[in-house]
Design a protein around this ligand. Structure first.
Ligand SMILES: NC(=O)c1ccc[n+]([C@@H]2O[C@H](COP(=O)([O-])OP(=O)(O)OC[C@H]3O[C@@H](n4cnc5c(N)ncnc54)[C@H](O)[C@@H]3O)[C@@H](O)[C@H]2O)c1
Length: 258
């Protein structure tokens, strides 16, 4: 991590985003948590401050251009520069066959998962160009690379995130700004446990059977921990990853290999 870096992590109030905030702080960054949920940011702030770094939560809706603009302006006033941006905020969107997906649910999923990262990037890039330095990491998904039936809005948004990553990396690489995507598989935590419980009640199978199927889909036979994702994000935000850009790297315990 560059000395005295400031990192913005969207959706950092909980889950994978929270682990990313802590990892970037351990590597020496001050962290701005940009999350919709202003009430839940205190836990991340405490965890980051325990590392000795500064942490500020700024209530932000990544789907709103105005909200994104005022957050980035505030961070630049307060911290002077933004070295790292991690676009992690995301929603699952509806689970339904394509013909039953409501257009407003489609729009909402794309607005948070794809327009959100675009808006954050366009807000931070002018300053990164001025500084001739930047590290941007977009959290996509293995579902950004392979189909997930009944999740068209989510899959489309994550495939779009990989397109955004590659195109932007080609645009700004010459200005020493790297843009990469990280593609997690199924990550251990409350979100995946709820999915397994729902599938178990829908199919009449047990929670353990459903979970076992998902584990057996991976080369290592296990789910991913949120810290596994955070470790890679930390590396991609560091100086060591200088010549890695435009990539979409899986953290999936070997669920997919492309
Ligand atoms: N959990 C998994 O198994 C998994 C797998 C692959 C990819 N991902 C991706 O990783 C990212 C984080 O997932 P998670 O499981 O930690 O999610 P989560 O639901 O636990 O946390 C998401 C965070 O984003 C925030 N958020 C939601 N909408 C927002 C908005 N409009 N503006 C700002 N913040 C907003 C929420 O308040 C929350 O704090 C997402 O992009 C998700 O698609 C997760």
């Amino acid at each position: 991590m560059r000395p005295e870096s400031t990192a913005i992590v969207t959706g950092g109030a909980r889950g994978i985003g929270q682990s990313i905030c802590v990892e970037l702080a351990r590597r020496g960054a001050d962290v701005v948590v940009a999350d919709l949920n202003g009430d839940e940011m205190a836990e991340t702030e405490t965890l980051v401050e325990e590392t000795g770094q500064r942490c500020v939560g700024v209530e932000t809706d990544v789907s709103s251009a105005d909200s994104v603009g005022s957050t980035v302006d505030w961070v630049l006033d307060e911290f002077g520069s933004i070295e790292c941006l991690v676009n992690n905020a995301g929603i699952a969107g509806p689970t339904a066959p394509c013909e039953d997906v409501q257009p407003e649910d489609w729009e909402q999923t794309l607005a948070v998962n794809l327009k959100g990262p675009f808006q954050m990037c366009r807000a931070v890039i002018p300053q990164m160009k001025q500084a001739s330095y930047g590290r941007i990491v977009n959290i996509a998904s293995v579902t950004g690379k392979r189909p997930l039936p009944n999740r068209t809005p989510y899959a489309t948004s994550k495939m779009g995130v990989i397109g955004l990553t590659r195109t932007l990396a080609a645009e700004v690489g010459g200005e020493n700004i790297n843009v990469n995507a990280v593609c997690p598989g199924s990550v251990e935590g409350p979100r995946i446990r709820k999915v397994f419980e729902r599938q178990a009640s829908e199919t009449g199978r047990t929670y353990e059977e459903i979970r076992g199927d998902v584990e057996r889909e991976t080369a290592r036979g296990e789910l991913v921990e949120r810290e596994d994702v955070a470790d890679l994000v930390g590396y991609l935000c560091s100086e060591q990853s200088k010549r890695i850009t435009g990539q979409d790297i899986n953290v999936s315990a070997g669920k997919i290999m492309y």
